[in-house]
Design a protein around this ligand. Structure first.
Ligand code: PZK
Length: 284
């Protein structure tokens, strides 16, 4: 998409990053634009989910406000009007190349590693845990950003130390756990479980302050469960407020080779409704 005054710098699967055309006008800033694109099983699907970019941006902005005691990259500068509801102007930071994943529950790649080794990112866990079980306490389970097209790889705390140094590694872990605890408590107050999430951090170019960036606690970066459904323990207990509906439909209608099929209208509508429900519940 072309935006007057902004030059596209990088397009991810579902978001786009722009830099100011005139750096003197807006020094040290970036424009992050969330699209309606949805990805699953490493493919961007058709059609998109109408309103997804705006819904996830609303959620991210809301969380940044809730978490304002933690320094973040959001600037009080209006994005271009055409994308105002799905964009944020942010401070350009020196990014730290570690995905700061925190898990309160054992699921996904954590569950996979646990079954093989009894650990997650090298952290030993109690024996006998089942898929989706609550962990005794939240754990920091970092991942290293893979090359384009590869999956992020779970790494140990010692590998984080090798990548960024001992002091930054400790700071990333402690701040990630602190934010997760705060966010989990808020989610719990609204009948939601924050199962896990991924934060990214950078440093302010001048002050070197560790700064929360990227999107925070959206359905693309986090797993939310309904607390009542989880407690009831049925087959849906781990259904998340994300593209679960899309994944389930694709699994039933596609062998995961070649181009994925077009999503039917009802799958698109139900997914959009699920995103709206998450926001409605959290912000109620
Ligand atoms: C930055 N990404 C991820 C990829 C997106 C976002 N504050 C920042 N300063 C410098 N770089 C980044 C950020 C942030 N956030 C974020 N890559 C670099 C990314 C594609 C599209 F919107």
């Amino acid at each position: 998409m072309t935006l007057a005054g902004w030059r596209p710098q990088y397009s991810g699967k579902v978001r786009d990053l722009y830099v100011p055309e005139d750096e003197a006008l807006h020094p040290g800033v970036l424009l992050m634009v969330a699209s309606d694109r949805v990805s699953a099983f490493d493919h961007v699907l058709n059609p998109g989910i109408p309103g997804k970019g705006a819904l996830l941006t609303t959620l991210s902005r809301w969380w940044f406000t809730q978490l304002r005691e933690f320094p973040n990259h959001v600037l009080d500068i209006e994005p271009p009007a055409e994308v105002a509801d799905r964009a944020m102007v942010v401070r350009r930071l020196d990014m730290i190349p570690v995905e700061c994943v925190v898990r309160g529950y054992l699921v996904g790649s954590g569950w996979v590693e646990y079954q093989e080794s009894g650990t997650v990112c090298g952290i030993p866990l109690p024996a006998g845990l089942a898929n989706g079980d609550r962990l005794p306490e939240p754990i920091f389970t970092p991942a290293y950003k893979a090359q384009l097209g590869e999956h992020d790889e779970n790494i140990s705390f010692d590998q984080v130390v090798d990548l960024v140094g001992a002091e930054t590694a400790r700071e990333l872990r402690d701040v990630s756990l602190a934010i997760f605890r705060r966010a989990s408590a808020i989610a719990e107050n609204h009948g939601l479980i924050l199962a896990d999430t991924k934060f990214e951090f950078g440093r302010h170019p001048d002050t070197r302050e560790l700064t929360l960036c990227d999107e925070v606690l959206t359905s693309d970066s986090s797993r939310y469960w309904d607390a009542a459904t989880y407690a009831a323990g049925g087959p849906n207990r781990l259904d998340s407020f994300d593209k679960q509906i899309v994944r389930d439909w694709l699994s039933a209608h596609w062998d995961k080779s070649g181009t994925p099929p077009t999503l039917p209208d009802d799958v698109v509508a139900q997914t959009a409704a699920r995103y709206r429900e998450l926001i409605a519940r959290l912000t109620a």
